[in-house]
Design a protein. Structure first.
Length: 355
């Protein structure tokens, strides 16, 4: 009987780890007013991109305008008192030197001038504070990002404790995921960070993201955060990755699968998936011996690598593996082996293997 065979090839196989991740804004800013009052205007469109410093809401400014005018009036009074004190001191200084007036009178006038100077500074600070409070009636975005839904309506009374909306910086975007202790050590070794923190070697560890629809996100991610300790209850450590997000396509709350190469199997033995059969719960591969008879080999399979399996035991590299007519074979049967190059798994794969 003729059978198609391929050689069990040996090559280096990169292994990957894959973890479920949750997307979140790189920065999430809660927008709260710094002044109390009635909301009179919403200046942004919910869900739109806003710039740092852009006005999002306006609070009724009239009480703050009145407070500013009052502070300016008090400043004018203080400046007038200071001017009068300056006149008195300048007038009476030569008189006191000529002993035309008592020295104590000049001392009192100098003290009154100092008090007037302090009053002017206090009034100037009050004007600056009133100006600042008036500016706070325009509630601005602290960052550039996408603004969420407003949590209050025009006409409502708001305070400095009110959260009016949130703005999230989405480009780049963060993906949070957790990995086991052993996976963390493997990633650290892979990145060559054995003597330093994983963050310092993040450029050597590119991350890929698979979206919930199965699409592989085209941008490459990097590790930007590693938690300070392992969670003793779950045995996992929390990681955050940063992915470029041009156009803000990705949004907080989405899920995805983060993938990274964790280690490399050197000289791994590969066989096409079509060559593997199962008999009584044991995976087997048929090989052709030098005397042109077939032999059933019990094998231990590792991860998939493209259209092939990594064989971790039971088969040597270079063995002639049968890839067709497997149901017709029996142990020791004579065959005519014909080399095949057309079966899946006979060409090198560019996809890393997953555990």
């Amino acid at each position: 009987m003729k059978v198609a065979v391929v050689k069990a090839r040996q090559t280096d196989v990169p292994l990957t780890g894959e973890w479920v991740g949750t997307l979140d804004g790189y920065v999430n800013a809660q927008i709260q007013p710094q002044a109390n009052g009635y909301l009179i205007r919403q200046d942004y469109r919910e869900g739109s991109l806003v710039r740092q410093g852009e006005v999002l809401f306006e609070i009724d400014p009239r009480p703050f305008e009145a407070a500013l005018q009052q502070a300016q009036g008090q400043l004018g009074q203080a400046q007038a008192q200071l001017a009068l004190a300056e006149i008195n001191v300048n007038r009476d200084t030569p008189l006191a030197e000529a002993r035309a007036i008592a020295k104590s009178q000049l001392d009192n006038e100098i003290q009154q001038r100092a008090q007037a100077e302090a009053a002017v500074k206090t009034a100037e600070a009050a004007v600056a504070t009133a100006n600042l409070n008036l500016g706070f009636t325009k509630v601005r975005s602290l960052i550039t990002g996408v603004a969420g839904q407003a949590t209050t309506q025009v006409g409502n009374l708001v305070s400095t404790q009110s959260v009016l909306t949130s703005v999230s910086q989405l480009d780049p975007i963060k993906v949070y995921f957790s990995i086991s202790d052993s996976e963390y050590l493997a990633l650290t070794k892979r990145a060559g960070a054995g003597s330093s923190d994983l963050l310092h070697s993040a450029s050597k560890l590119p991350l890929r993201l698979t979206l919930s629809n199965g699409e592989v996100y085209p941008q490459i991610g990097r590790v930007v955060f590693v938690d300070r300790q392992l969670n003793s209850q779950t045995g996992a450590i929390r990681i955050a990755a940063s992915f470029p997000n041009p156009g803000n396509v990705l949004r907080p709350g989405q899920f995805g699968r983060v993938r990274a190469e964790t280690e490399t199997l050197h000289n791994a033995v590969l066989v096409p998936q079509v060559a593997v059969t199962e008999f009584q719960g044991q995976e087997q591969v048929y090989t052709v011996a030098a005397n042109n008879t077939v032999h059933a080999n019990n094998v231990k399979l590792g991860p998939q690598f493209g259209d092939s399996w990594v064989v971790e035991g039971g088969l040597a590299g270079g063995s002639l593996v049968v890839v067709d007519n497997l149901q017709k074979l029996r142990e020791g049967a004579p065959v005519i082996a014909q080399t095949s190059e057309s079966h899946p798994g006979t060409s090198p794969s560019t996809q890393p293997a997953g555990r």
